[in-house]
Design a protein around this ligand. Structure first.
Ligand code: FAD
Length: 462
């Protein structure tokens, strides 16, 4: 048994954990990071990065197929071919390069990394079981950054040909057919990618809509694109069973039972925080369901024990974990820091992409009179030159003073606009500020300025 001491112990090496550890160490805090699996966490290894690499492969192949089917603006392509193994090697290479980058960052920052699974003995003592034995670490501050895992559907356990997102991203073959259970963003992203690569995709959703967090208008272009791709969408439908032998998925939609013959089932019904198996029972931390409650310094109900990322209430997104990580690192380094962010941008890498930051029209508090302005991409020059005019940018603003409360968009490449939308909201800008900012022409971002111009008071312009 080895005994170690440090000022800061971070459990989990995902975007929350590695950002927290490296930032704290660079400020001179004696820091240990413990990771049971692979540094980079869900995001780099089995989440954001490999899924976006798969989406890129799918989009490239689909585009080539479309061009082969008929010359698009003079470009002729013949016989596009997909090599699934090569695509997988490229994806793994992207993941490896980023993970190596994180390992290098931790080393350069002076973080001591330890491989193994951590459990609490008490609020300041953690036991780590790794291949080299047991290490006991005593730390002044401990950060729980243990992330999340896919949720199983009762009666449909992961295994065999029933996959979670991790299994789907590691398949050694392209499925001939796949049923995606759950039409949230992960299911839609992966389902769309498989459809573009040539799988027959059926999306099954127990609720009446895809992406239920967003309004119907925002998700309509995605539904149209799913139709174009031949994806069958079964709403208000629940899975009642799976027979692996006959490859049959049993379904119930309304009162009607049906059976679907598919090679694989992909379950994407949500994720659960990794708060069990950590020995937290003895700590009696305040919880909100399975999530750890935190204050504005990301401290749990126990002094010196912090939680960040997917284990805390809020959207399970890598950039939220990273922003929380910065707060904790600063607090532990003795700086006056607290969570003061107004908004967390969200992106669905669907086709077309959907982004949202701040309030949706239906989320504005009742005592605020809000106005909505939208500008469609069919009137945007850049969208026309990209031959991709589906979608719009929408601004939600306060009527009295034109303060921007929320921005949503769906359309070509809007994922690259959302950080600018977030800046506008964080900076407390008004419609007139966006309207008066020169947006380069011809760009997709001009649709944001155009939406602002629709409501901006010209008297305040400039
Ligand atoms: P994680 O990244 O989950 O890292 C936690 C780490 O802790 C893991 O490496 C785990 O092994 C380790 N750990 C757990 N328990 C212990 C223990 N007891 N001891 C030691 N180590 C432990 N988010 C986005 O923002 N954008 C996207 O496009 C996006 N796409 C996604 C696509 C998919 C398919 C999936 C599954 C997720 C996606 N996400 C995306 C979500 C994103 O991956 C998570 O929000 C993010 O990784 C959370 O970071 P984290 O640091 O909280 O936890």
């Amino acid at each position: 048994m080895t005994d170690l001491r440090c000022k800061l112990l971070v459990i989990g090496g995902g975007p929350g954990g590695y950002v927290c550890a490296s930032r704290a160490a660079r400020m001179g805090v004696d820091t240990i990071l413990v990771e049971g699996n692979r540094v980079g966490g869900t995001c780099l290894n089995v989440g954001c990065i490999p899924s976006k690499a798969l989406i890129h492969t799918a989009q490239s192949y689909h585009h080539a197929l479309q061009q082969a089917a008929g010359a698009a603006h003079g470009v002729h392509v013949s016989d596009p071919r997909l090599d699934w193994n090569e695509a997988g090697e490229w994806r793994n290479d992207v993941v490896s390069r980023l993970c190596a980058g994180v390992t290098g960052l931790l080393e350069r920052s002076g973080v001591k990394s330890l491989s193994g699974w951590a459990t609490f003995r008490d609020g300041k003592t953690v036991e780590v079981r790794g291949e080299t034995g047991v290490t006991v670490i005593r730390a002044e501050h401990v950060v729980i950054a243990t992330g999340s895992r896919p949720v199983d559907l009762p009666g449909l356990p992961i295994g065999g040909r029933v996959l979670d997102s991790t299994g789907a991203l590691a398949l050694d073959h392209l499925p001939e057919s796949i049923a995606v259970v759950g039409a949230g963003y992960i299911g839609l992203e992966l389902g769309t990618a498989f459809a573009k690569l040539g799988s027959k995709v059926t999306m099954i959703e127990v609720g009446p809509r895809i992406l239920p967090l967003y309004d119907e208008k925002l998700t309509r272009p995605v539904r149209r694109r799913l139709d174009d791709l031949g994806v069958e969408l079964m709403l208000d439908t629940r899975v009642t069973g799976w027979d692996e032998g006959s490859s049959t998925l049993n379904l119930l939609g309304g009162d009607a039972e049906s059976a679907l013959n598919v090679q694989h089932v992909l379950v994407t019904i949500g994720r659960a925080p990794n708060t069990d198996g950590l020995g937290l029972e003895e700590l009696h931390l305040r919880q909100s369901g399975p999530f750890l409650e935190i204050d504005d310094r990301c401290q749990t109900s126990m002094r010196g024990v912090y939680a960040i990322g997917d284990v805390t209430p809020g959207p399970m997104l890598a950039h939220r974990a990273m922003a929380q990580a910065e707060v904790v690192a600063d607090v532990v380094a003795g700086k006056a820091a607290a969570w003061d962010r107004i908004c967390v941008p969200a992106v669905c890498f669907t086709d077309p992409e959907i982004v949202s930051v701040g309030a949706l029209p239906g989320e504005v508090p009742e005592d605020i009179k809000a106005v909505v302005k939208e500008f469609a991409f069919r009137a945007n020059g850049r969208a026309l030159t990209l031959d991709d005019v589906e979608g719009f940018v929408r601004i939600v603003y306060r009527e009295t003073d034109h303060l921007i409360l929320g921005v949503q968009a769906t359309g070509p490449g809007v994922s690259e606009l959302v950080s600018g939308f977030a800046l506008v909201i964080e900076a407390g800008l008004r419609l007139e500020d966006v309207a008066a900012t020169i947006h380069a022409h011809p760009t997709i971002s001009e649709a944001f300025q155009e939406a602002a111009l629709l409501g901006a008071s010209m008297a305040n312009h400039g």
